[in-house]
Design a protein around this ligand. Structure first.
Ligand code: SF4
Length: 82
């Protein structure tokens, strides 16, 4: 369902936080998920879409760009979940 639909059957293998403003641990933690077997990384919908209160993370563009750069083209990085 949601953003995962394009990937086919999925299993959630882990959750991490960004590490606090301004997302100082987000890149390292995304890398850690991949090192532990994640084939894709999804940012929670609150970060980029501001769900449910229309208040997105003010650092979301920088954060997702840095994660995509670190993980490369082989790992899809979804900007929301649902
Ligand atoms: S506002 Fe953004 S950078 Fe700050 S804690 Fe929330 S998600 Fe992380």
């Amino acid at each position: 369902k949601g953003a995962f639909e394009e990937l086919g059957p999925c299993e959630v293998i882990g959750f991490v936080s960004c590490g606090g403003c301004p997302g100082k641990r987000a890149v390292a933690r995304a890398r850690m998920l991949v090192d532990r077997g994640a084939e894709a990384v999804a940012l929670a919908s609150c970060i980029c879409k501001g769900n449910p209160i229309s208040f997105p993370c003010p650092h979301h563009e920088t954060m997702i760009a840095a994660i995509r750069k670190k993980l490369g083209d082989g790992v899809p990085v979804l900007d929301h979940t649902h």
